[in-house]
Design a protein around this ligand. Sequence first.
Ligand SMILES: C[S@@+](CC[C@H](N)C(=O)[O-])C[C@H]1O[C@@H](n2cnc3c(N)ncnc32)[C@H](O)[C@@H]1O
Length: 246
Amino acid sequence: MPNVPSAPDPASGAAALEELWRLVEPFGGWLTRDQAGRLWEAAAAVPNGGRIVEIGSHQAKSTAILAAAMSSGVGLTAIDPFDPAFEAGHDQARTAFENNLRTVRLRDRVDLVMALSQDVLHGWDQPIDLLYIDGAHDPTSVRRDLGWLDHVRPGGQVLVHDSFSSVGVTVVLYGRVLPDRRLRYTGRSGSLAAFRCASPTAASRLAMLAQLPWFIRNVVVKVARRLHLMPVARLLGHTDPRYDPF
Ligand SMILES: C[S@@+](CC[C@H](N)C(=O)[O-])C[C@H]1O[C@@H](n2cnc3c(N)ncnc32)[C@H](O)[C@@H]1O
């Protein structure tokens, strides 16, 4: 039997996250170390008896961080259809999801629902303490995923990946979330934007608007990558030719 590393004890905080990140970083997916830290803090803050919902799990990179950080009385529902019809969705992702979570001994902390988020939302009736949105990034899907807000407790946390990076996500953030009265922007790590389920303030709305230059920079990087103009992307501080900014 190979020596399988076990998931760290969430109670031991920063050191535990470092230890887990060493195991999780090689998983396929899109998550930076800083973003893992933000997920970790958000999941660790969920009170006993609470519930986390993740939309878009792929190979369990973010799922593993959430599962390790939450206390044992918290439930985590991970939703992904693993359908090849969707970007990054495929059978190998499902296999990797299972294998990766077993590797870090966190599989039993996760309730996987293999379905589309909109179909799961249809029959959902539980309050949510932390909602992590990282499913499809087209505006229609993002708008639909914001429908989950109806179940987030007042004061609950909402994290949205690819914010101010993906055009589809950003169009919805500026078109729907900014004028809405339900979400208060509290900051971001790269493209992982954090919100509270609370009335926005003038300062939080201004802070969202202040991300516009970073969004424009990301669009220019994406165009440059597609035109094989990596020197332009590098000039804007984007050094990894494999990926768009996230
Ligand atoms: C960007 S990946 C998620 C990355 C993952 N959170 C990580 O940390 O690497 C997006 C995932 O969303 C899934 N997806 C696409 N449409 C979806 C939907 N309607 N409901 C749930 N998941 C969806 C895809 O199958 C894919 O695995």
